[in-house]
Design a protein around this ligand. Structure first.
Ligand SMILES: Nc1ncnc2c1ncn2[C@@H]1O[C@H](COP(=O)(O)OP(=O)(O)OP(=O)(O)O)[C@@H](O)[C@H]1O
Ligand SMILES: [Mg+2]
Length: 498
């Protein structure tokens, strides 16, 4: 049998209170895309960090081309030909694109740092590696999250690694960029690079995956050829039970209109009017990325300025100037971006959950510790947040579990209208179902919900009405009974006929 490019055998890694990896083995062949699947907290990122020398395993061995290696640190991993695009963006936002790409690499000719040479090289790398035209002199903090991600990918891909890991690379990319990334991956594969691909989006796999390994609770539950398996089987392996439906059945009791955006304008980017939400209703906002859904909600919430803004909440005209004012009135916007907003990595899970509702949890300005702990515990169990204790620091949670902590934080606030922006991004199938159930419970309390989502099945599965955005305007408002993906896409793109 052919020698695998990489083999990890019997890897075990413990953290206080958790066995993140338990006697886990994985083999990677040259020229294959090996998908690594598992619920939030299953151990995927930890395995990659062991491979990259971030963590030392408690037991187990790693071989490359059959030769035993002890990966010391990231530099050593790079020398061994291992490259990783991490789940958390690794970019230095105070540096420009060129310096990011050259981080940890020689950046000189004749012994001096040569900025011009570096920029020219970086431009070439961007063009060659990812066929993208980004100015190497731009500060990365001025790039969109997707562009930052692409720079990160260029950095790793251009190093000529033989083993490349992508840990949830697509969660912040648009459709076009995802397609672009797949072409890059298929190209690497043709060059014989071995690729480990981590994603929660099973619908991506047919396009690229050769084999799949499923992890559960730090153990391997199966490795198979992708073509011999099915989504249903993969979900069953990941979650350990059968899923009959992705969306919980629910009869919603919808009341009167409680919130209306009468007029929202922002230069020539946004022109929104007539967006209504009724008590207990879930309104899905559909549209292409860049259609202005997030922008409009951020402007309403008071994070970004608007030229004109008129909204009515329970009959009262609202002019939220700051997020604080909006929250006080019961209008809460939950951001899609957990990395920039929302989570304090150095605080524990409990503090993060309670951060936005300190006032409600206090009496006479003193925080009621009992109530605070109870609140955090109750969300931990409702959202199945995987952590040994609520005293664990947020940075030690897996990516998807961090996302759940942010949800819990905003849900502990008493809201009357809640905006969920991409609520299930990076979240595994089982936990998605829990989040949908929670949305139904919230609607049952008469809360109006606006859900921004790029996943059409999610929009169709959860919304009572679907509002379709196109180029900063509302292109259509559809009732659940008349909405289907084709109609939504037609309004979203402005293409009239098939
Ligand atoms: N530095 C750490 N300290 C303590 N616990 C940790 C640390 N890193 C990871 N863990 C724990 O190890 C387990 C596995 O986490 P890991 O990040 O590998 O999950 P994952 O499969 O990548 O999940 P996700 O899909 O949510 O990204 C989790 O229970 C997590 O809380
Ligand atoms: Mg992870």
């Amino acid at each position: 049998m052919e020698q695998p490019l990489l083999s990890m055998e019997g890897i075990t890694k413990q953290f206080p209170g958790v066995t993140a990896l338990d006697d886990l083995s994985l083999e990677l062949r040259a020229g294959e895309v090996h998908a690594l699947l598992g619920e939030n907290g299953a151990g995927k990122s930890t395995l990659i960090k062991v491979l990259y020398g971030v963590y030392r395993p408690d037991a187990g061995s790693i071989r490359i081309d059959g030769r035993r290696v002890h990966v010391e640190d990231a530099q050593h991993a790079t020398r061994l030909g291992i490259g990783v695009v991490f789940q958390e963006l690794n970019i230095c936002t105070h540096l420009d694109v060129a310096n990011n790409i050259f981080l940890g690499r020689p950046k000189n000719t004749l012994g001096v740092i040569d900025e011009r040479w570096m920029r020219r090289e970086a431009g070439r790398i961007l063009a060659d590696a990812i066929k993208l035209d980004i100015d190497p002199a731009r500060l990365t903090r001025h790039l969109s999250i997707a562009e930052q991600q692409m720079v990160e990918i260029a950095k790793v891909v251009s190093r000529g690694c033989r083993i490349i890991v992508f840990d949830e690379p697509t969660s912040s990319l648009t459709e076009n960029e995802i397609e672009h990334l797949f072409e890059i991956i298929l190209d690497l594969k043709r060059q014989g690079v071995g690729i480990i691909y981590i994603s929660h989006r099973l619908e991506e796999l047919p396009r690229i995956a050769d084999r799949v390994t499923v992890l559960r609770d730090g153990r391997r539950v199966g490795t198979m050829d992708y073509k011999d398996t099915s989504s249903d089987e993969l979900i069953r392996l990941m979650v350990g039970r059968e899923f009959t439906s992705k969306y919980p059945k629910y009869e919603r009791k919808i009341g009167e209109i409680i919130f209306e955006v009468k007029n929202l304008r922002c230069r020539n980017k946004l022109d929104i009017g007539g967006l209504t939400v009724r008590a207990g209703e879930i309104v899905g906002l559909a549209g292409l990325v860049g259609a202005g859904r997030t922008e409009s909600m951020r402007a309403l919430f008071g994070v970004d300025p608007a030229d004109e803004k008129e909204a009515v909440l329970f009959g009262k005209t609202m002019h939220f100037r700051t997020p604080g004012e909006a929250i006080d009135e019961g209008f809460v916007y939950m951001t899609e971006n957990r990395k920039l907003f929302g989570l304090c990595f150095t605080l524990d899970v409990e503090s993060n959950i309670n951060l936005a509702s300190l006032r409600q949890l206090s009496s006479a300005a003193v925080m009621n510790e009992r109530r605070a702990a109870d609140n955090a515990e109750s969300f931990r169990s409702r959202l199945a947040i995987k952590t040994p204790s609520i005293r664990v620091k947020a940075k030690n949670l897996s990516g998807g579990n961090q996302q759940k902590v942010i949800l819990a934080k905003w849900l502990s606030r008493k809201a009357r209208v809640l905006v969920f922006d991409e609520p299930t991004r990076g979240i595994d199938v089982g936990a998605k179902y829990e989040i949908y159930k929670l949305m139904n419970e919230l609607s049952d309390q008469g809360i109006g919900i606006i859900m921004i989502s790029s996943e059409l099945p999610e929009i169709l599965g959860m919304s009572d009405r679907v509002v379709v955005y196109r180029e900063g305007r509302i292109a259509a408002t559809l009732d659940r009974t008349e909405a289907d993906s084709e109609l939504i896409m037609r309004y979203a793109t402005g293409v009239k006929k098939r």
